[in-house]
Design a protein around this ligand. Structure first.
Ligand code: ZN
Length: 255
């Protein structure tokens, strides 16, 4: 996955007021999860500082770290251009290390090194937010140039409760809450049929990780569209009351 995706201007510049209500609530939960006594925070993969900029007004020392210079241009606290798996700080440098919507993007190897780094630079706590038990297949898009199939937000990892409990041998899960938008369940069969007939997900900011193509058009397959719509109807009828939260916030104590 190149950095091209994260250098898109249109991804960044969010504020608490500009995001949807569910996202506002999730940010508030992140803030509430920070234990008293914390004075220094490192926000790893801080993006445009949606959370960092609020933290900056509340805590003595706040640093935002991200690998996108475009994202960092919106961060008002001290910031550093770096990778989450090579955090350029000494051991135990921050009371709390936040890692918000990052881990689900990381490939094997990078993921493990990032977790090591998060607990290494933390003195006491690591606070993590990721999508919860995400069905990665549901949000796949197909590149019309090289036919690569990928997740619209580049998510490659899904976390169940047991994954979050055993995230790292150095970290003990102490608090856990589901939040974010609510999603309906859906029929995997209808979804696969829709995709088999060319109706993949669509997202205007998606960039193919293999060939770098953007502006991937929604293919106009009539049968695919029918299965897609049928699936929506199925969701509506069968699962109206079985919505579940898309995300989770977890607080860990360093052992
Ligand atoms: Zn491609």
């Amino acid at each position: 996955m190149g950095n091209t995706y994260y250098e898109q201007k249109s991804l960044w510049g969010r504020t608490l007021e500009s995001v949807n209500k569910e996202e506002q609530k999730r940010v508030k939960i992140i803030l509430e999860f920070i234990p008293s006594g914390v004075e220094s925070v490192l926000d790893v993969g801080c993006g445009d500082g949606l959370v960092t900029n609020i933290l900056n007004e509340r805590y003595n020392k706040v640093v935002g770290l991200d690998s996108s210079s475009e994202a960092l241009s919106h961060v008002k606290s001290e910031s550093i251009l770096a990778s989450c798996y090579l955090i350029p700080f000494n051991d135990n440098s921050f009371d709390l290390v936040l890692c918000n919507n990052v881990l689900e993007h990381l490939p094997f190897g990078v993921y493990e090194r990032t977790l090591e780094n998060l607990s290494r630079v933390s003195k006491k706590y690591v606070l993590i937010s990721v999508p919860f038990n995400e069905d990665l297949w549901k949000r796949q898009i197909k590149c019309d140039r090289c036919q690569t199939v990928f997740h619209i937000y580049n998510h490659i990892k899904s976390f169940k409760h047991k994954d979050l409990e055993s995230l790292s041998v150095n970290l003990k899960l102490t608090k856990f809450i589901n939040c974010g938008i609510k999603e309906t369940q859906y029929s995997e069969l209808l979804d696969s049929l829709a995709k088999a007939f060319g109706r993949w997900e669509t997202y205007e900011k998606a960039i193919c990780p293999a060939c770098g193509k953007n502006d991937i058009p929604l293919r106009k397959s009539r049968i695919g569209k029918c299965f897609f719509k049928l699936n929506r109807f199925f969701n509506f009828v069968c699962n109206r009351f079985q919505k579940r939260y898309y995300q989770v916030v977890c607080l860990y104590e360093k052992l």
